[in-house]
Write a protein that binds this ligand. Structure first.
Ligand SMILES: Cc1cc2nc3c(=O)[nH]c(=O)nc-3n(C[C@H](O)[C@H](O)[C@H](O)COP(=O)(O)OP(=O)(O)OC[C@H]3O[C@@H](n4cnc5c(N)ncnc54)[C@H](O)[C@@H]3O)c2cc1C
Length: 452
């Protein structure tokens, strides 16, 4: 007889662990089993610690303005130890004509920036007079139409900082559904933002933890029943229950949550004719470099480099500026990011070559009188799903599949966004839907701050 549980979650990444947390916090006795293919939880979230340096294979932080992640932190007690870097007091930079220039922190600050010519700034206001185009467009087409072509390097920087992606391929409806809804509702993005601005509170803060992002995972993973080394190979609908097959065993549950990156879920659901076989993904390597305090790392989060600057790194985080405890006393840490949708070939280079190319790149932008005294290349297994043209059709397919197949729920990397907040929010939505049997309509898309 297959082993039976009330709910089976496939995947012990942030999505699966968050779903288990929200289910247990509302219904403590629920019998949940998580099946995880690896020997560790966390998926893309993984921290690196060596010789007093603390770096990240995957995410470096998330904004504290999302109700689901705030609830999760307060219910686990993590809010008491969370480290915060407020957007209001930390500047970000963009590489512009070979040097670092401070980024405008809000759409309105764009008007004062040296990054745009006076005509370019005037053209931003063209948004007020451009009728929304309803058809699917790339982020680049959409931004150029609404704000003029001069905005594109800044759009590129924002897209590089979130998706490591290509703004000419990503779908505006996939990437910024909230901004699109605002544009359609108000007739223009700026008009919509002006309306929203009334009542807007303080700027949010980037959040991490003393042991890095993995501390969120290890905390969440202490509660639920997780079976490691259990890759799910197939799922099928039996009599009133789902059957979940690992290589070794079959499990049964009335409710199954696939908390997986889109492509992994699509493999398990291939019989249901998805409109796309897979989404493209963008691989990234983090090159962590430690320096003595002679390195003159500017104040702020870090910088991003638009493609037209022809830099080797997509950007770098000024890790010791953002959060305490990222390097030993008297040392500073920077984490440069390389690869992405446009340059997968760079990930083929050896560690030594990556370190040397990144150091050369960084020292043209930042005074670094000495070579790094510490270096590591962190190559994660996860690629960032690219919500490119055609993605909205995939999302519509997911919605109708969940309607059609009772007891099946999807959340995870690339469904409803790619950021950690998106994952925690969607996991909460799925948990609420299961517990309340609401029928689960997706909530209104939110207008997120642009996260460089
Ligand atoms: C390099 C990088 C940098 C990032 N930076 C940021 C950032 O700064 N801020 C931010 O908000 N977000 C960032 N993200 C995104 C963030 O990491 C993701 O939103 C989040 O980790 C996704 O969690 P998940 O659980 O949905 O997926 P995953 O982390 O991919 O977890 C899925 C889990 O499922 C398991 N699994 C897969 N297939 C099976 C199977 N068949 N059977 C059983 N188990 C299976 C995997 O082993 C894994 O443990 C970044 C991502 C990457 C890759």
């Amino acid at each position: 007889m297959p082993e039976t549980h009330e709910i089976i979650i496939v995947g012990a990444g942030l999505s699966g662990l968050s779903a288990a947390h929200f289910l247990h916090s509302s219904a403590p006795g629920t019998d949940i089993l998580i099946l995880e293919q690896d020997g560790r939880p966390g998926g893309a979230v993984r921290s690196f610690s060596e010789h007093g340096y603390l770096a990240e294979w995957g995410p470096h932080g998330f904004l504290d303005n999302n109700p689901a992640s705030r609830a999760l932190l307060s219910e686990t007690g993590l809010d008491r130890i969370a480290q915060k870097a407020p957007l209001g007091s930390f500047v970000r930079y963009v590489c512009h004509a070979g040097r670092l220039v401070q980024l405008p922190q809000s759409p309105f600050a764009l008007l004062k920036t040296p990054l745009l010519s006076p005509l370019g700034k005037l053209r931003l206001l063209g948004d007020l007079f451009k009728k929304p185009r309803l058809e699917e467009q790339s982020v680049g087409q959409w931004a150029a139409y609404r704000f003029g072509p001069e905005i594109l390097p800044l759009v590129d920087a924002a897209i590089t900082g979130t998706f490591a992606g290509d703004y000419e391929r990503l779908s505006i409806d996939g990437v910024m559904p909230g901004v699109r809804a605002l544009e359609k509702e108000a007739g223009s993005v700026l008009k919509g933002l002006l309306r929203k601005k009334r009542g807007a509170g303080v700027l949010p803060a980037m959040t991490s933890f003393p042991l890095g992002m993995e501390q969120l995972i290890t905390t969440l993973a202490t509660g639920p029943n997780i079976l490691y080394h259990s890759p799910v190979r197939a799922i099928s609908r039996g009599n009133e229950a789902w059957e979940i097959h690992t290589g070794a065993k079959t499990y049964r549950a009335a409710t199954v949550i696939l908390a997986l990156p889109v492509n992994r879920a699509l493999t398990l659901l291939a019989d249901h004719a998805p409109p796309l076989a897979a989404l493209p993904t963008a691989g990234i390597a983090t090159v962590a470099l430690g320096f003595t305090d002679k390195a003159q790392v500017p104040f702020g989060f870090g910088y991003l480099a638009p493609e037209r600057e022809n830099r080797f790194a997509m950007g770098a985080l000024f890790s010791t500026r953002m959060f305490p405890g990222r390097a030993p006393q008297g040392r500073v840490l920077m984490e440069a990011l390389v690869g992405g949708r446009r340059h997968p070939e760079r990930l083929e280079l050896s560690d030594d070559e990556l370190i040397s190319r990144i150091y050369d790149d960084l020292r043209q932008l930042i005074p670094l009188p000495e070579p790094p005294c510490f270096s590591r290349v962190l190559r994660g297994d996860s690629g960032i799903p690219q919500l490119e043209m055609g993605y909205p059709a995939l999302l519509a397919w997911k919605d109708s599949l969940e309607q059609e197949l009772a007891g099946l729920h999807l959340c995870g990397f690339g469904w409803e966004g790619i950021g950690m907040n998106d994952m925690m929010k969607t996991a909460k939505m799925v948990a609420d839907k299961i517990l309340l049997q609401t029928g689960g309509k997706r909530p209104e898309p939110e207008v997120k701050p642009v996260y460089f």
